[in-house]
Design a protein around this ligand. Sequence first.
Ligand code: K44
Ligand code: NA
Length: 347
Amino acid sequence: YSEARVYRDACEKRPQEYWDYEQSVVIKWGKISNYEIINKIGRGKYSEVFSGECIINPEDHHHHQQQQQHEKQQPCVIKVLKPVKMKKIYRELKILMNLTGGPNVISLLDIVQDQSSKIPALIFEEVKNMDFRQLYPTFKLPDLQYYFTQLLIALNYCHSMGIMHRDVKPQNVMIDPKEKKLRLIDWGLAEFYHPGVDYNVRVASRYHKGPELLVNLNQYDYSLDLWSVGCMLAAIVFKREPFFKGSSNADQLVKIAAVLGTKELLSYLNKYGLRLPSEYDNIMRDFIRRPWDHFTGSYTNLAVPEMIDLIDNLLRYDHQERLTAQEAMDHPFFKANYESNSDESNQ
Ligand SMILES: CN1CCn2c1nc1c(Br)c(Br)c(Br)c(Br)c12
Ligand code: NA
């Protein structure tokens, strides 16, 4: 049995309609004619994503025909949901309505419905996102302090609102480096946290799955998201994207054990009265725990002691041992001064 160390009663202390998405999702549908799709920017298992424009007060267009071309349109992102169970759609909508406007959470501007297909489309604020594979290699320590503080602010907020994101990964963290803007997106796998509930372990994306998901520890909590943050940091600091690259869910745990150790995995399982699932019998080997400096190689520019300690306190098998989002924000790494010293910048 396991319970969250923080925000245990975040849902219980709110009215039932806050978290009971099966009963009480009231949708105020917007007008699909207010939006125009420009082009496709992404496709996922559950949705197709487009860049779009919001046509502001279309009634003005009748009088000034030529103005139409010059009318300032609001750029937006249009997420067209694929027809999955309405229950899952209601969950995402409810969570977005609860969180929209929160710090560094993507803003939901409107919900519209395609007349023929009846499929809902979600309209979001636009973020001029720079692909993480291009952006992350440019990060120096001050950038890591800034952007991971912004990510932790978003996670502490949603956790305080009783919501686990459950799919934290670079693809779901939109960053506009020009505006130094970060937004956590894709709440399609997010769920409300209730103590003692057994959750589906088939969540998150393989490389960012916490050990709890891979050993079928169903009573996980917000701390799952902090494992994923640890994976993101380790990938940047040790220049290995992704940091744990499993070829399957089972192999994912093997890759984690190759770093954190097999003995340590078994004591984690023991603590929660779990056994290694049978699919590991032939693939789990006896790994020794690797010290983090094993991964720094020749360079250590980002691998400063405070960063190593932060990663070490996020990438813990035992979800109860991991730093919470608030504890991570209070970690010495974020208090240190790494502003590039003068001689370095002259080189
Ligand atoms: C696949 N890509 C690339 C950029 N981008 C993608 N999906 C997005 C979603 Br969902 C939202 Br909401 C926003 Br905002 C942006 Br920007 C998005
Ligand atoms: Na989204």
